[in-house]
Write a protein that binds this ligand. Structure first.
Ligand code: PHE
Ligand code: ZN
Length: 897
């Protein structure tokens, strides 16, 4: 993190990587914690790196006051050069030496939430990526790994709990009501994994004995009022420990593993060694305050941070360009964890569809916009801007393709080899790919490794065109797959990727056909994965009695855009019968998208009936289907988002996109009215609340049905369903049902919505995470007469609003600017003005959150006039501000380039 507000930002390049000139072997830190003046004594043992030419020691530090520097116990001269402390006359030779640095920082003034800060009277740290330098002078880079001993001293009544990484080895009283705790971390680590917490906290505790017999103490620390919301996080942690051991043979390597929740956090959570720090949003849950989505997110984030203990902490990144080494791999692992916890295969498919939906609505636009970058970026001005959906979600898809190419067992063998080779090291994405390939020498991955690694070096989403020709005489079907990828900033030409395409063939009446490539001796049942490596390749299938319907890219086997000229009839066949649930869902999305695009591209006013009988009938079939799960039905019956639709257009009129999608929704609501009634009535009662896939799916479908019934009622003026929604809202026994009912009223703009919102606020005035939902729902509400922006400005004056709290800022500002396109893109440009004001306001105290908001206008070049011109002006207004952070400057500069 750097809020360098002087001079042009320096660009860091991957090719400039050089090993550090010094190593730090041990660190002994002693903190005297005080919000206004915290004293940090840092005693290090260093030595020169023998393979690097002798040079001065340059330590990173930011917003620190230096009181003393001693080398081997004696005072020494140093200079401060920008954000570095420079020591030029150090002992010669390769003997280790001691360096002691005493500095002072001011946690209560730390609004960026990087380094040491105070949240609700409790001290927290956040060091990834470059926050440790805000605590003490250090070689703040991940390839410098040291052993840490940490002593914390603080007032005992205000800070009874003192935590850091590793094991507690000593604690006791000190004079003047103070006390201390001493922690030793048994594992070497890079400084970005350092953490401390000090405050009034309580813990849910559980002792477990792992598969391999190890005894461990698990703890979830929260504020005293939140104990009743910790059970799910603890259960998720226990499940994570068991899963990593069962699936990958990776045990917990610590006696004690702690999670601590804070309500002031820039991101989701952080994998500090043995002391994970979490945004409360990803820890706290009970049936009354959290939705099914919250429960699922907690499970996956707890898993994610826990899995980092091996993929990130035991083996870490050589430099920050390798971020996806830990993040892509760990997202892949948390996705697999959530899927493996599903008992039913259909629930696994639901999870896969949800993950792909995130990839396509967030990562594909990133890959097509001004911030496009490879999974392993080549340069950055501010590393915090590269914690992106590309590094995380596309990175996970790259790992998933490796697993597809070597098989599940082959991948597990590759992971084993990766740890055998690299445990305790700081390595690169190349090292990972090499280990997976080397463990599978006969695989396609090993054969194609240099080409496969283009997924790491080339940005942009590949497009795959599929064309099939049936030859009735030869009884054969030739499928031609071609790939291309548009230029991205700094990368004009792309070389072909290695693209695994899983596929099957169906007959016109939906039977799965045997697959036999021309040169095979026999046919195979079901799916097969072809590997596309050339710009264009043809595959001929034989022994086919009629033209097949191809089911391509099953399970979304590669992160590409598949272009295939399906007829409606073919898509209807896939929707009705594809044994691959992902493609079944995808067929429905394609049918809907096709209708949306037609209505958008038509001349004249938006039609009120974009949908036809065939589509509506197919949706009814799915909704009423006797075998399909509720969760799957809910996904199929949900139309593609406005963001996803917009991405398919060369030029976007956001108001028209919004109007067309609304018209589709209204038509689907009215045309299926009886079916929605049936769906609601048969799915609304679920007994005792349990956030499992079955219950979650049933509540999701009942919620969708209720929302649709309120939409339909808006047109007929009928008061029955809004009335039922209000009753349902009042009587709900869990947050999912309650919130779905509330949002049905808000989205249909029924008069009862006001009353319900007031009641909801009164019920949950002391629950910060629930109030976030309350704010977000209003900022994300449909806009009819430009009413949302004034409502958002008013919400910002609400006594519960606090822009300094990232969750609350996101609930109002991001919900409006990033998640409500129909209200944000106004012909009078007032939405963009609001955006520019908020980016600049946030940047003054929290550049990371500001830079995320800055990305809301990433796709401005695609907008039609008058939006496009107005958006450029708004971005230029931000760019013209002289004292911007590096974070925001990089985003707006790239947007205008
Ligand atoms: N490393 C964290 C994760 O993905 C994310 C994070 C990055 C949190 C930077 C805080 C700061 O699990
Ligand atoms: Zn992570």
């Amino acid at each position: 993190m750097s809020s360098l507000r002087e001079g042009p930002a320096t660009v860091v390049r991957r090719e400039d990587y050089a090993a550090p000139a010094y190593w730090i072997d041990t660190v002994d830190l002693c903190f005297d914690l005080d919000p206004a003046k915290t004293r940090v004594l840092n005693k290090m043992r260093l030595r020169r790196n023998p393979v690097v030419p002798a040079q001065a020691l340059r330590l990173d530090g930011e917003e620190l006051n230096v009181a003393r520097v001693l080398v081997n116990g004696a005072g020494c001269s140093f200079k401060i050069d920008g954000n570095q402390l420079v020591l030029e006359s150090l002992p010669e030779g390769h003997e280790p030496f001691d360096l002691e640095i005493f500095t002072i920082c001011v946690p209560e003034k730390n609004t960026q939430l990087m380094g040491l800060y105070v949240s609700q009277g409790t001290f927290f740290t956040q060091c990834e990526a470059e926050g440790f330098r805000r605590i003490t002078y250090f070689l703040d880079r991940p390839d410098v790994m040291a052993s840490y001993t940490v002593t914390l001293r603080a007032d005992k009544s205000k800070y009874p709990v003192l935590l850091s990484n590793g094991n507690l080895v000593d604690e006791g009283p000190l004079p003047d009501g103070r006390h201390f705790a001493k922690w030793v971390d048994p594992h070497k680590k890079p400084c970005y994994l350092f953490a401390l917490v000090a405050g009034q906290l309580v813990a849910r505790e559980q002792h477990i004995i792992s598969r391999s017999g190890g005894k461990h103490q698990l703890q979830v620390y929260v504020r005293p009022g939140d104990m009743d919301k910790t059970e799910h996080a603890m259960n998720s942690l226990i499940a994570s420990v068991a899963w990593d051991e069962a699936r990958f043979g990776l045990p917990l390597d610590l006696e004690r593993f702690m999670i601590v929740a804070t309500s002031d956090f820039n991101m989701g959570a952080m994998e500090n060694k043995g002391l994970n720090i979490f945004n409360t949003k990803y820890v706290l849950a009970n049936a009354a305050t959290a939705t099914d989505t919250d429960f699922a997110n907690i499970e996956s984030v707890v898993g994610h941070e826990y899995f980092h203990n091996w993929t990130g902490n035991r083996v870490t990144c050589r430099d920050w360009f390798q971020l996806s080494l830990k993040e892509g791999l760990t997202v892949f692992r948390d996705q697999e964890f959530s899927m493996d916890l599903c008992a039913e295969p259909s629930a696994r498919a639901v999870k896969r569809i949800e993950d792909v939906r995130v990839l396509r609505t967030a990562q594909f636009p990133e890959d097509a916009g001004p911030m496009a970058h490879p999974v392993r970026p080549d340069s950055y001005a501010e590393i915090n801007n590269f914690y992106t959906v590309t590094v995380y979600e596309k990175g996970a898809e790259v790992v998933r393709m490796m697993q597809t190419l070597v098989g599940r067992d082959g991948f597990a063998a590759g992971m084993k080899l990766y740890f055998e080779r690299h445990d305790g090291q700081a390595v690169t994405c190349d090292d990972f790919a090499q280990a997976i390939a080397d463990a599978n020498p006969d695989s396609d991955l090993a054969r194609l490794l240099p080409q496969f690694k283009r997924w790491y070096s080339q940005a942009g989403t590949p497009h795959v065109q599929a064309e099939g020709v049936y030859d009735a005489d030869a009884r054969s079907y030739t499928l031609t797959l071609s790939q291309s990828c548009l230029p991205t900033p700094g990368q004009a030409l792309k070389e072909p990727f290695v693209i695994p395409v899983s596929l099957g063939l169906l007959s016109a009446d939906g039977q799965q056909l045997p697959l036999q490539l021309a040169h095979w001796t026999h046919a195979e049942e079901g799916s097969r994965t072809l590997v596309l490596t050339q710009a264009s390749e043809s595959f001929t299938f034989v022994n086919l009695d009629s033209a097949p319907v191809p089911s391509l890219l099953r399970g979304f086997s590669a992160p590409v855009v598949l272009e295939c000229h399906y007829t409606d009839a073919q898509l209807l066949t896939l929707l009705a019968s594809d044994p691959d649930p992902f493609n079944r869902w995808e067929a429905g999305q394609r049918l809907a998208l096709r209708r949306a695009l037609l209505a958008i591209l038509n001349e004249g006013p938006v039609t009120t009936e974009p949908l036809d009988g065939a589509f509506i009938g197919a949706m009814r079939e799915v909704l009423r289907h006797p075998q399909l799960d509720a969760a799957f039905k809910e996904l199929v019956l949900t139309l593609p988002s406005e963001t996803y639709i917009a991405e398919q257009l060369a030029e976007v009129d956001p108001q028209r996109v919004h109007a067309v999608r609304e018209a589709m929704r209204e038509q689907l609501a009215s045309a299926l009215q009886d079916d929605w009634v049936w769906a609601f009535e048969t799915h609304k009662d679920n007994g005792a609340y349990k956030p499992d896939p079955i219950g979650t799916g049933r509540r999701a479908l009942a919620g969708l049905a209720l929302g649709m019934l309120c939409v339909a009622a808006r047109h007929t003026g009928d008061a029955v369903w809004p009335g039922k929604a209000y009753q349902h809202f009042k009587n709900a026994s869990n947050m999912t049902d309650r919130f779905n009912a509330l949002s049905a009223l808000v989205v249909s703009e029924h008069a009862l919505a006001r009353e319900a919102l007031t009641r909801f606020h009164a019920l949950f005035r002391d629950e910060a995470l629930v109030l976030d939902k309350w704010f977000a729902l209003q900022a994300g509400a449909p806009d009819r007469n430009g009413n949302v922006l004034p409502a958002v400005r008013k919400l910002m004056t609400h006594p519960d609003f606090n822009i300094k709290n990232p969750n609350r800022a996101r609930s109002v500002i991001f919900s409006y600017c990033s998640a409500n396109p129909g209200a944000f893109h106004r012909t009078d440009a007032a939405g963009y003005l609001f955006w520019s004001e908020r980016v600049m306001e946030l940047d003054a105290f929290n550049p990371q959150v500001a830079a995320r908001l800055a990305r809301a206008l990433d796709r401005w070049k695609k907008l039609a006039e008058p939006y496009r011109g107005a958006a450029r002006e708004a971005i230029a207004r931000v760019a013209a501000k002289p004292d911007l952070s590096n974070d925001v400057r990089e985003v707006v500069t790239r947007a205008l380039a």
